[in-house]
Design a binder for this molecule. Sequence first.
Ligand code: SAM
Length: 458
Amino acid sequence: MVSSFLSRGCVAKEHDLASLHLRRDQSLPVVLSTEVTSADHEGYAEGVVTNTRFGSFPHSTMIGAAWGSQIRASKVDTGSRGRKEAMNAKAKAKKRKAEALEQSQSRSQSRSRTDTHAGDEDAVAAAAAEVEVEVASSGFVHILPPTPENWTISLPHRTQVVYTPDYSYILHRIRARPGSRLIEAGSGSGSFTHAAARAVFNAYSATSGVESVGKVFSFEFHAERHRRVKAEMVEHGLDTIVHTEHRDVYRDGFLVHEDEENRDRKTSPQANAIFLDLPAPWEAVPHLTREHQDGKPSALDPNSAVHLCTFSPCIEQAQKTVSSLRRHDWLEIEMVEMQQKRIEVRREYTGLSYDGMRGANAYAADVDEALVRLREVERRARDFHARTLSKRQQANGQRQQQQQQPDVGKLPFNGGKLVHRTEPELKTHTSYLVFAILPRAWTEEDEATARAKWSKHV
Ligand code: SAM
């Protein structure tokens, strides 16, 4: 069966992993189920219920919903235990509201009247709003399918993780694609692992029943983290694509025990893409060579170039990695600093209105109306600039005119004032990425074969 991370239907089904999108930067992973298996849900008439600060969501209301649907919170009969919880929440909230009020009053007594202002009222209002949110049953969530992106923002953090903006770029640069054989170390919280599994997954092989050759080999030396990532791969149906190993890669390198029955036999992952998110990547580089070491095979694919990326927070780490890569024949070594910033650019309207229309700020009713409005705005902008130009031309005389005349067709759209602001909160931590390539090994035999092929064509 193909993992729901890689292929899914249109609706959420029982036992599916879903991501409950609470707000832009907050999601909650849940396995949808109507069977009450945990004491947490006993006594709930609705079966399994996920409780959030936006209300209660019985799984029965989510199973069968199309992915992406908005799910409204339900009034849940949580039985006597639930009622007790709700009463406790209400009592706590009431106490917080009273405390906020008291603080506000004592502050306003110690200040002059004019000094007493919105700050205190805001505190009371915020406390009151919290009360309402906590006991609300009128909130909603969106139910989203599991994807590496959703998983990254909701996964249980065991370490620092690689976020989506970074791993998209890394996977692109190391040419991870269906069929790639990718080494990852360390597995950490499994954020990168999920994205890598999707990148190497061979959909054609999966649907045709032919075993996929794309594979991720994920190494981790921390026993508990290894155990968790291994279990997650099974739970998420990715264990046929991701092979996990408990290993200190600095000491023992990257050969794998793919055969669980025969733990003494280590084979080569034949990797052509490598990502090292380790404190000291330079210590792992000596294991990533073409030469066979101590009679053991190389971990690299002999028939293709290998693309590598290392992720380090400090420039000194990047320097040590670069120097180790040089010493081990890696080429095209390049460092990229990741500094992710999202800049929101929007147009603020200044109250233009259109004859017979509902005003510039109102949304267009349909695409046709939007096009009419856009053309109208463009026409006005062109007319405006043409008028300004002709006035300027008259004033400046013919010679100056020619020097100053911009291309009217390329004048900027002038429907409002452009404003921008940077968004401070985008989840990625600054990193230095070192990229390198190890060309494929080229033997005398390869040369002879190439020459033979070439001579056939001339
Ligand atoms: N890329 C991961 C993610 O996206 O979730 C996070 C990796 S975390 C920053 C680094 C991991 O490398 C840690 O879990 C650590 O235990 C592991 N590690 C450190 N040294 C190692 C070694 N010598 N061999 C294998 N794993 C190692």
